[in-house]
Design a protein around this ligand. Structure first.
Ligand code: GLA
Length: 403
């Protein structure tokens, strides 16, 4: 009798840990796509701007290209009421978050919000520490579909534990909410977050500069090249439902068109979440063309879900990046990091390209069609060498199509 009671208790524990102790599965099977307020607007967020951004996500063609989440980052907060419930800043969000979520949902988009594992957010607003279940319930009631969860003011907290608490709180609401872990890679989330979040930041904050870093005294923000260099050997941790996140994009925030194109291409090559960070209400034609190039987006969103890798650094600042795709196709990016145009040649027959993660190779016995994804045209096949002038800080990106 005693044993069977013990067995029963064990079974109940196992079942309840299965039922409550998990992240929402089936979300972010390809890297999440959307927009976040932080890179362009910082703390200057309000409901009118967010509505206009949602309008523009539709009218610019971004929704049609796959962008979905409209995420308000830090500083939306008002305070906590006498019962501890969080509420938004009444001047900036007079209609409240539920109404804003309704507006976004009516456009066929999804709504995201920001909080922090610490006592306070990075911007000094109320954090979720000690309020995890209450906050998760509030977000679910508002209709939140995505939570970015930061890591400021967390002294004494264990990262895996704190993020697991919020994961469980989100799961307990019963609402599917994508969980975006933002602790900048400090606690190596790729080692523990596969079953905790759907994406995790691997780097500190990005800045709108191709090749520089900005010192802010107590912290540094990183350019595109610095960000892409920062973590090595972690591609094996990414895959459907759990992505490495090199931060939100700076496309349209002041770099040259070539740099924006190179930045976007690299994010797609490494299967990064494509969270735009610019003002969608005032985009140049070039910015829209970059963000909505469906053939390039398809490389990021490929269902195989394998993060690409740098195949080689060659001379004169040229690098070659490779990403295996479904159906035996490959994406290849030739990146010119140097300050001048490079006359570039690449002979497929002289390169044996093997990916030791997917255990597949570009098969030199086959002839692949080669399609330039930025020019949107076929440029021959792999029997022919690639020969091109690649401008400074620009890319040539091709898809090898298996016939
Ligand atoms: C941290 C994050 C940023 C942003 C700010 C908000 O720095 O890394 O992406 O969310 O906090 O304060």
């Amino acid at each position: 009798m005693k044993t069977s009671l013990r067995t029963l208790t064990f079974v109940v524990c196992v079942i309840s840990s299965i039922a409550y102790g998990q992240k929402f599965e089936g979300l972010a099977l390809t890297p999440p796509m959307g927009w976040n307020s932080w890179n362009k607007f910082g703390c200057n967020v309000d409901e009118q701007m967010i509505r206009q951004i949602a309008d523009s996500m539709v009218s610019s063609g971004m929704k049609d290209a796959g962008y979905q989440y409209v995420v308000i980052d830090d500083c939306w907060h008002g305070g906590r009421d006498s019962m501890g419930f969080i509420y938004p800043n009444a001047q900036r969000f007079p209609s409240g978050m539920k109404a804003l979520a309704g507006y976004i949902h009516a456009k066929g988009l999804k709504f995201g919000i920001y909080s922090c594992a610490g006592n306070k957010t990075c911007g000094g607003h109320p954090g979720s520490r000690g309020y995890e279940y209450q906050d998760a319930l509030t977000y679910a009631k508002w209709g939140v579909d995505y939570l970015k969860y930061d890591w400021c003011n967390t002294s004494g907290l264990n990262a895996a534990g704190a993020y697991t608490t919020m994961r469980d709180a989100l799961f307990a609401t019963g609402r599917p909410i994508v969980f975006s872990i933002c602790e900048w890679g400090e606690n190596q989330p790729w080692n523990w977050a596969k079953d905790v979040g759907h994406l995790w930041r691997i780097t500190g904050d990005i800045t709108n500069c191709f090749d520089c870093q900005v010192d802010h005294g107590t912290w540094t923000s990183w350019g595109i090249m610095q960000t892409i260099e920062m973590r090595k050997d972690i591609r094996k941790f990414a895959g459907p439902g759990h992505w490495n996140d090199p931060d939100m994009m700076e496309v349209g925030n002041g770099m040259t068109t070539a740099e924006d194109r190179a930045h976007f291409t690299l994010w797609c090559m490494v299967a990064a979440p494509l969270i735009s960070g610019n003002d969608l209400r005032a985009m140049s034609k070039e910015t829209i063309e970059i963000l909505t190039n469906k053939e390039v987006v398809a490389v990021d969103q490929d269902s195989l879900g394998v993060q690409g890798f740098r195949y080689k650094d060659s001379e004169e600042g040229m690098e070659t990046w490779i990403k295996p795709l479904s159906h035996g196709d490959w994406a290849v990016c030739f990146l010119n990091r140097s300050g001048k145009t490079v006359k570039f040649e690449f002979d497929w027959a002289k390169n044996n390209i093997y990916d030791d993660l997917s255990k597949t190779a570009i098969n030199n016995d086959l002839v692949y069609q080669v399609r330039d994804l930025w020019k949107k045209k076929h440029i021959g096949d792999t029997k022919k060498r690639i020969s091109a002038d690649i401008p400074s800080h620009d890319v040539l990106m091709v898809r090898l199509i298996k016939q």
